[in-house]
Write a protein that binds this ligand. Structure first.
Ligand code: NAP
Length: 289
């Protein structure tokens, strides 16, 4: 069994980006600039945004964090998005999700200039992705593709089963794995909460991508020998063993399945770190354009 090490791979990608930024800037080019909007003070969102800002500094990007209060109106948030769209110094914009209930997330996503949509969530970028045209790929699915590529996991002709159909992970992942690309060229089955006989389907997977948000849901009786497992899930649970009092669990019972796998991503240290690396890569692409 080979561990798909997202921590090391994301570190390598960040180093590659830092070298490129250094060469662009030293030859008189523009410093990449990512702007993030954070609404409210949700603990998890705060952690994710801070990690993104820190990663920007590490690779030599400029970043701007705009904090808006929990009760900001949709109109004011949209005005903030427009301001950033119109600011030619800013190459990429992310609005940290989820947003408070009174704000329509899709309306905000659609308001972002597709050329600055480095999260790859804008409908026109999702459409371009589906058509296999150059675009910003959503960061988490892009990170998974990059891991499969860098570890030479064979995907062509394989049966890929995806659990979960969210707009940010499962659904784009199913499209990407079915495209005529490397990695890609899989026969894909996309499953969700209404799927019948899930275990019967997952047992036929050569590649199993799990993104449903239920800790340790996938167990060894659900998989076949030699499967490659990508565990996207992150659930925080109480733990006396950790100093922080918390630990992170994936959607896969790692200890139970590991002996049956050819490849597997750990949690933490698998898909999670790759997401930020891909966001930086998308921002660099935007700057170069
Ligand atoms: P989400 O929006 O909550 O979607 C969950 C999906 O799982 C839905 O499509 C749901 O089906 C499906 N589902 C729920 N229970 C199921 C079951 N028993 N059998 C089959 N399918 C089931 O989740 P998400 O945003 O994609 O996130 C999934 C997990 O990945 C979470 O733990 C999240 O924290 C994590 N995540 C990690 C990263 C990272 O960077 N590592 C990034 C994003 C998300 P329905 O559509 O029918 O409801």
């Amino acid at each position: 069994m080979i561990i798909l090490d997202g921590k090391k791979t994301s570190h390598d990608i960040k180093e590659e980006i830092a070298v490129e930024v250094n060469s662009i800037v030293s030859s008189g080019g523009k410093t990449p600039h990512l702007s993030a909007i954070l609404v409210g003070s949700d603990g998890a969102s705060e952690t994710y945004v801070n990690a993104k800002v820190k990663a920007c500094a590490k690779v030599g990007f400029q970043s701007t964090l705009i904090r808006l209060s929990e009760d900001v109106s949709e109109e004011d948030l949209l005005a903030e998005v427009k301001k950033i769209n119109d600011n030619s110094d800013i190459d990429g914009l992310i609005v940290q999700l989820p947003l408070p209930k009174h704000i329509n997330e899709m309306k905000v996503t659609e308001a972002i200039d597709p050329k600055k949509d480095v999260d790859g969530f804008h409908p026109s970028n999702i459409g371009r992705m589906a058509l296999n045209l150059p675009t910003y790929l959503p960061a988490t699915p892009a990170g998974i593709l990059e891991l499969l590529k860098r570890y030479d996991v064979e995907t062509s002709g394989k049966h890929c089963v995806v659990i979960g159909r969210s707009h940010i992970v499962g659904s784009p992942m199913s499209i990407l794995m079915s495209r005529n690309n490397i990695p890609g060229n899989c026969t894909v089955t996309l499953t969700h909460s209404r799927t019948q006989n899930l275990k019967g389907i997952t047992k036929t997977a050569d590649i199993l991508i799990v993104a449903l948000g239920k800790a340790e849901f996938v167990t060894s009786d659900m998989i076949k020998e030699g499967v490659c497992i990508i565990d996207v899930g992150i659930t925080r649970v109480r733990s006396d063993k950790n100093k922080s009092g918390w630990k992170l669990l994936g959607d896969v019972n790692f200890e139970d399945v590991k002996e049956k796998c050819s490849f597997i991503t750990p949690v933490p240290g698998g898909v999670g770190p790759m997401t930020i690396a891909m966001l930086l890569q998308n921002t660099l692409i935007s700057t170069k354009k």
